[in-house]
Design a protein around this ligand. Structure first.
Ligand code: HEM
Length: 425
């Protein structure tokens, strides 16, 4: 029943999905629409009206505005509407101020997917979680991440002079980071990684994915039960024991699954695509190797330049709102094009250029407002460790195939590379 942002992507016209000559630039159709205005009506392939937001200040204004909801239970999914609902929505979009384009559906809920909740439910769960992301815990995790990165690089080098960097490096790092965070036993990690890989891989057939998802749910439920019994030093244990009133098992399982879902494919794709971008910009890579102190800057620039969440951040207006002179009626869905907003020429000079020296400035790669990425410090740590160990320990790392043969995740909600064949001597 939750709205899947992946479905929004399937409903977009082809010119908003396929990339052009440069694999790192957003699809041309998004740029053409942005040139018409930062907020533009956009009809999905099923006829449903939505609003495309592709300017930075406009996107930030919407994401900070409580008149836009994240609640995927109350508001129906624009990609799966019945034809009469599409008609109703379209009529509301065209008329004057409306009392509501579409009736909210109200369902009771006890789970913990707070990314799809509004205050006050969101506030409580988010606060509980931020309380667990302590500086001490993140420091300890960074030390473990470095060990994990080095182990995987050594394994790649011991096995030969070629590898696919995605399964060999980019995927295991975030997966093992989540294991550390949730306190998954070493003995269970292979099972955990296998189930996660299948459940989160959007190219596996639906049936198989659902099966693996159920398996993963069962695995996490088991983990929650175990944490209730044994002392530990992980986030899940902390959430069980530091929380008053206590969270239910269903909430804990959902929170753990949310961390896993939000933190796995995202970071993996930043590592895979980030490495590809660095290899394709040898001058920038050389500058980074020459001055490791540039790394934090380079990471912010990679986040901005690559903006891997393609059209994934969306909201529903709960009343009529006018943004940039465009009226969005109650019930209207806005789709925030973060990759395009992160190339806003009003904010960045020559925004299509990748430049690790660029001064840091506000970007939207982690979203904005109350839902801004909760794992961003962890994600930065994973990128810092993952990329710096890779470029220093493999000084002659290069692509093993021509750049135009690297398979891109065009159709996926989270952009990146399906595989990255690399070589070294
Ligand atoms: C939310 C991006 C890594 C956990 C978000 C949002 C974005 C985002 C854009 C906002 C969604 C919205 O407003 O609807 C990214 C990117 C990552 C990354 C680009 C990697 C480079 C992580 C990691 C974790 C994580 C490593 C956790 C371990 C979360 C959670 C939320 C979130 C829990 C929901 C926060 C809320 O609703 O209050 N992320 N993320 N993310 N992210 Fe991340």
């Amino acid at each position: 029943t939750t709205q899947s942002p992946t479905q929004i992507r399937r409903m977009l016209p082809a010119d908003m999905v396929e990339r052009g000559r440069c694999p790192f630039d957003p699809p041309s159709g998004v740029r053409e629409r942005r040139d018409q205005g930062a907020v533009q009506p956009l009809t999905l392939l099923n006829g449903a009206p939505t609003w495309l937001v592709s300017g930075l200040p406009e996107a930030r204004a919407i994401l900070a505005d409580p008149r836009f909801s994240s609640d995927r239970m109350r508001y129906p999914d624009v990609t799966t509407l019945q034809p009469h609902e599409v008609e109703r929505l379209a009529a509301a979009a065209g008329s004057g101020p409306s009392a509501g384009g579409i009736a909210p559906k109200v369902e009771s809920r006890t789970d913990g997917m707070f990314v799809f909740m509004d205050p006050p439910e969101h506030t409580r769960l988010r606060r509980l979680l931020t309380g667990q992301f302590t500086v001490r815990r993140m420091k300890a995790l960074e030390t473990r991440l470095r060990e994990i990165a080095v182990e995987h690089i050594e394994a790649m080098m011991a096995a030969g002079t070629e590898a696919d960097l995605v399964p060999a490096y980019a995927l295991p790092i975030p997966s093992l980071a989540i294991c550390e965070l949730l306190g998954v036993d070493y003995a269970d990690r292979a099972e955990f990684q296998e189930r996660t890989a299948i459940a989160l891989n959007s190219t596996t057939p639906e049936q198989e994915r659902v099966q693996a998802g159920l398996g993963l749910y069962g695995f996490i439920q088991g983990l929650v039960t175990a944490k209730r019994a044994e002392p530990g030093d992980d986030i899940l244990y902390g959430l069980i024991h530091d929380t008053d009133p206590p969270l239910t098992d269903a909430q804990l399982t959902d929170v753990a699954l949310l961390l896993l879902g939000a933190g796995h494919e995202t970071t993996a794709n930043m590592l895979g695509l980030g490495t590809f971008a660095l290899l394709e910009h040898p001058d920038q890579l050389a500058a980074l190797r020459a001055d490791p102190a540039l790394m934090d800057n380079a990471i912010e620039e990679l986040l901005r330049y690559l903006s891997i969440i393609q059209m994934g951040v969306s909201r529903v207006a709960i009343e009529d709102v006018t943004v940039d002179g465009v009226r969005i009626p109650a019930g209207g869905t806005v789709i925030i094009a973060t990759p395009e907003a992160n190339r806003d020429p009003r904010q960045w000079e020559d925004p299509d250029r990748f430049d690790v020296h660029r001064p840091r400035s506000t970007h939207l790669a982690f979203g904005h407002g109350i839902h801004q990425c909760l794992g961003q410090q962890l994600a930065r740590s994973e990128m810092r460790v993952g990329l710096s160990e890779l470029i220093t320990r493999m000084p002659d790392l290069r692509l093993a195939v021509p750049a135009d043969q690297v398979p891109l995740r065009n159709e996926m909600l989270i952009f990146g590379v399906h595989s990255l064949p690399v070589t070294w001597s």
